[in-house]
Write a protein that binds this ligand. Structure first.
Ligand SMILES: NC(=O)c1ccc[n+]([C@@H]2O[C@H](COP(=O)([O-])OP(=O)(O)OC[C@H]3O[C@@H](n4cnc5c(N)ncnc54)[C@H](O)[C@@H]3O)[C@@H](O)[C@H]2O)c1
Length: 372
């Protein structure tokens, strides 16, 4: 399938670099509100730079990857669908449950598919953890603790303003990695309760090219929530860009037989640990979507298979089966994240209005079928 990108900013480089690793699709064109951004990526990666209208009108393109900023996600995805193309969006899928429902309706009316990142939950670490959980190795999961805490985005992203405006914030920006992974382990969430804060009114950029620029903060930058799952587990979740240092794990789940330590849900391939109170066991990530293959910003070689969710979606369209990073999962995740913020605003529990199935496991055999 020929695929086009709309949104040629920071993350488009990872998609363009990693796409040749996957079977089933080829990125043939890209577009951006800023034509120079599209031209630069097209020149570097050997695809066509088009205007947005020309890209949407190009009948050779079957799917659009939406890599625009969060508050453009709904409009860009809707316009791709209305142009007759499947769409795969970066997270956050949309900014509200209403937008998500509308997008799924447009897609279903037109017989098209919607998919969304994150696809990191398909990574070798998280699929190895999933195997342990599904095999009953840790017993019934009754509780857990998740934590994403840092001091924000203004120290690395070249254009960090959008992170601190409505549609940004750590919950919508980072929450999907954690909640998508929890949903694949535990199934859908029933209700949430949360509190939040905004301790810094402004942020001063330290990254290039605009060090010293001051950003007004218009979202809450710390949220602390408890999620209750339909299967019964209660999981606490701290999400913050106001923390200089901490020593919490990304994700630990407490089973009746043992604890499972799940590595960073924003990464694909780190070891999983199990501890039953007496013995500690380390489980290596599944390898096809878990082996180190990519140099990150710090020079560390890590596993990076961003795009595997898209490869699965393209294969699923061809095989007429559900795709794993699907719209119902993405909608439920947005419901959880927006409900956390709603609860923080009102002080009330919020019962979710959406549900979804657990996405199918991606074992090494299924993953190998997605690779070029
Ligand atoms: N940067 C990362 O490491 C990263 C990682 C994972 C996910 N994401 C997600 O990817 C998305 C993009 O992030 P980014 O860091 O690349 O942002 P960015 O600001 O670097 O790039 C966004 C690009 O989209 C373009 N754009 C904005 N509105 C548009 C519209 N309506 N039509 C066409 N183009 C439009 C902008 O001109 C810009 O070039 C965000 O939703 C973000 O959460 C980013």
């Amino acid at each position: 399938m020929n695929v086009g990108i709309i949104g040629c900013g920071n993350i488009s480089t990872a998609y363009l670099k990693l796409a040749p690793m996957f079977a089933g699709f080829k990125i043939t064109a890209c577009a951006d509100l800023n034509p120079e951004a599209a031209a630069a990526q097209a020149a570097e990666f050997g695809c066509d730079a088009l205007s947005i209208d020309d890209l949407l009108a190009d009948s050779s393109i079957g799917l659009i990857i939406n890599l625009t900023v969060p508050d453009a996600h709904f409009e860009v995805s809707a316009s791709a669908l209305r142009a007759g193309k499947h769409v795969y969006s970066e997270k956050p899928f949309v900014l509200s449950v209403d937008e998500g429902r509308e997008l799924l309706k447009i897609a279903s009316d037109l017989g098209l598919r919607v998919g969304s990142a994150p696809d990191t939950f398909l990574g070798g670490s998280h699929q190895a953890a999933r195997q342990c959980i599904d095999a009953g190795t840790i017993g019934d999961i009754v509780g857990g603790s998740c934590c994403f805490q840092s001091h924000g985005m203004e120290n690395w992203h070249p254009d960090p303003t959008f992170f601190f405006q409505p549609g940004g914030g750590p919950v919508l920006d980072m929450g999907a990695y954690y909640v998508s992974n929890l949903v694949q382990f535990l199934g859908p969430v029933k209700r949430v309760v949360a509190m939040s804060g905004r301790p810094f009114a402004t942020r001063t950029v330290t990254s290039e090219p605009n060090p010293g620029a001051v950003i007004e903060v218009n979202v809450d930058t710390s949220v602390r929530a408890i999620l209750e799952f339909h299967q019964g587990a209660q999981v606490s979740f701290s999400v913050s860009w106001d923390v200089w240092s901490h020593e919490h794990n990304h994700m630990e789940l407490y089973g009746t037989g043992s604890t499972i330590y799940v590595p960073d849900p924003n990464r694909f391939g780190e070891p999983v640990r199990l501890n039953n109170g007496e013995d500690e066991t380390q489980i290596e990530p599944l390898q096809v979507v878990g082996a180190a293959n990519f140099e990150d910003l710090s020079g560390e070689i890590i596993a990076n298979y961003r795009g595997v969710g898209l490869a699965d979606m393209v294969a699923a369209i061809q095989q007429d089966r559900p795709h794993r990073c699907n719209g119902e999962l993405a909608l439920h995740v947005i419901d959880v994240l927006t409900s956390m913020m709603q609860s923080a605003g009102t002080g009330e529990f919020v019962t979710l209005s959406t549900r979804c199935e657990r996405p199918a496991m991606l074992d090494d055999t299924a993953a190998a079928a997605l690779m070029a």
